[in-house]
Design a binder for this molecule. Structure first.
Ligand code: SAM
Ligand code: SF4
Length: 353
């Protein structure tokens, strides 16, 4: 069971210059001096897919009252933004299957001080919602796409239709997001023969792509060590096909980026195993149950739901809990490349990717 801790820690550092607004009242700094400017909020554990690396085939989902209401989600976002967070990612489960997710995006999109509102989605609902998301102020979208082959897509997602996602990608391009990135989890024997094709697909559309090393989150039906495929292997595989020039640009995330000269596409690698990115970690995650996880790869969390529900009119206890969470942010995760037993008992769909 995750440990839920409530240490007191002076993690909220007031700016030395006078605050010009509530949004500039301070910044969140953890005990290793890392500034927290980015939150990822999972707004549902539910999903219309069952990707085999993310979920077990039979999942039990939370009941409605166990999940933060959208009003509570907005309160969490508003409070973090008031404490110096400038980037918010709405994720899930599949965020676009939550009813009224667009309301939350519209309200968050109005918050002064929030510079980047971004969403991670499996793309299945984008043909319906992409234009509304742009209008709501969503700047960028990450769309998961592990394979271009319809048969494979069905077996990876267990239930998904790739046509719908491909239509969603087209809709996202037409809607005019300022950035679109595909996310592909690399899996040996599953899609490692498609990495070149996925980059070509991204290049043809002028969008970015990141390859993700599979992480041992939650207990799934396959031995993860069998499918684990490293970023270094992927880079070696891609290099004969593309001129890849290392880039030090970052979107504040853990990917290492490569450019293809003359093309708009950036190719990124998210390598929690082989290239630990903890030193520059600037984020915390909040699950749909309102648990604040300072690290994706550890089990320590701080429960925000009792604070939210216990103090519906007063944000001070919520701010204090957020400050306290800075004290339990660990130096780093310790995923190992052997991917043996899952150190982290929860699924990615709970914590949000
Ligand atoms: N449903 C949305 C989607 O698929 O994009 C958002 C949530 S999903 C949990 C976010 C990202 O996490 C996806 O890109 C997914 O591929 C990735 N993911 C899920 N489980 C993972 C795992 N065990 N290791 C690495 N990435 C994982
Ligand atoms: Fe759903 Fe995303 Fe997990 Fe796939 S990766 S099961 S789409 S939450």
């Amino acid at each position: 069971m995750p440990e839920v801790l409530l240490p007191q820690f002076e993690g909220f550092v007031p700016l030395t210059t006078p605050a010009t607004s509530a949004h500039a009242a301070g910044t969140l700094v953890d005990k290793y001096g890392r500034h927290i400017t980015y939150i990822r909020l999972s707004i549902t554990d539910r999903c219309d897919f069952r990707c085999f690396y993310c979920m077990a085939e039979e999942m039990e989902f939370l009941s409605r009252d166990q999940v933060l209401s959208l009003e509570e989600c907005l309160r969490v976002i508003r409070t973090f933004v008031g404490m110096g967070v400038t980037k918010v990612r709405i994720t899930g489960g599949e965020p676009l299957v939550r009813r009224n997710a667009l309301w939350l995006m519209r309200e968050a999109g109005k918050l002064e001080g929030l510079q980047e509102l971004v969403v991670t989605t499996n793309g299945s609902q984008l043909d319906r919602y992409a234009a509304e998301m742009v209008a709501a102020g969503v700047k960028r979208v990450n769309i998961s796409l592990d394979t271009l082959r319809a048969d494979r897509f069905k077996s990876v997602t267990r239930v998904g239709e790739s046509d719908k996602v491909l239509r969603g990608i087209d809709a996202a391009i037409a809607a005019g997001f300022s950035g679109i990135k595909l996310n592909a989890v690399m899996m040996r024997g599953v899609n490692d023969d498609e990495l070149v094709g996925l980059v070509r697909f991204a290049v043809a559309r002028g969008i970015d792509i990141s390859f993700i090393e599979e992480m041992p989150l939650g207990t799934v039906d396959h031995p993860r060590a069998d499918t684990y495929y490293s970023s270094d292997e992927a880079l070696a595989l891609l290099k004969p096909h593309f001129e890849l020039v290392g880039s030090d640009e970052t979107t504040g995330g853990p990917a290492n980026y490569w450019r293809i000269p003359g093309m708009r596409t950036k190719v990124g690698f998210i390598s929690p195993h082989s290239h630990n990115f903890c030193d520059s970690c600037n984020r915390v995650r909040i699950t749909c149950k309102g648990e604040l996880y300072p690290c994706l790869g550890q089990n320590d969390a701080l429960a925000l739901m009792p604070v939210l529900r216990g103090h519906p009119e007063d944000d001070a206890p919520l701010r204090q809990a957020i400050v306290d969470s800075m004290g339990i942010k660990p130096k780093g995760h310790d995923f190992n490349e052997q991917m043996q037993d899952p150190k982290v008992v929860r699924f990615m769909s709970m914590t949000g990717g």
